[in-house]
Design a protein around this ligand. Sequence first.
Ligand code: URA
Length: 189
Amino acid sequence: MAEATQQQALDELQAKIEASGVTPELQSQATQLVFGVGSPDADILFIGEAPGKNEDLKGEPFIGAAGKFLNEMLETIGLTREDIYITNIVKYRPPNNRDPLPEEKEAFLPYLHEQINIIKPKLIVTLGRHSMDVLLPGLKISEVHGQPKRHKGQIYLPLFHPAAALYNGAMRQTLIDDFSLIPTIVEKI
Ligand code: URA
């Protein structure tokens, strides 16, 4: 698929989600759907948890403190947000930034799969346990972070969530170290 066609398919998917009433409770409390940003034919797709306050207001994922750290880590491997694609499993902000509920993640999963099928990334990087749980069920993030996993023909790299590492120096370094593996993993695919 050409890049313009992929972008069009993503736009159509976004409109479909907005019209679907996928999680009416979340939708009614959120400012807007936070669908995703970046290159529609990116080699690397990053998937976080759910939008926070800033993301809900701006309609863009990972623009708060965790997003700033994510940008810094991208820079360390020579990438910018335009080179990759970033989204979340749950695309409406949960009230008061609570964890997304299992049924909310389930409700969004078919749409996430559609998004993945349009972008067709070489590598999916899950950020935190929520996106890992739905795509790579049964794993423990503390045991598998930084280890590439093949599941149903797709390569994944589970990483800790950047927000969890913000105020934890050891975890911050672990995340930076895990991140440094990304270029070699993509090269080998
Ligand atoms: N945390 C996430 O998981 N996603 C965002 O978009 C912002 C913060």
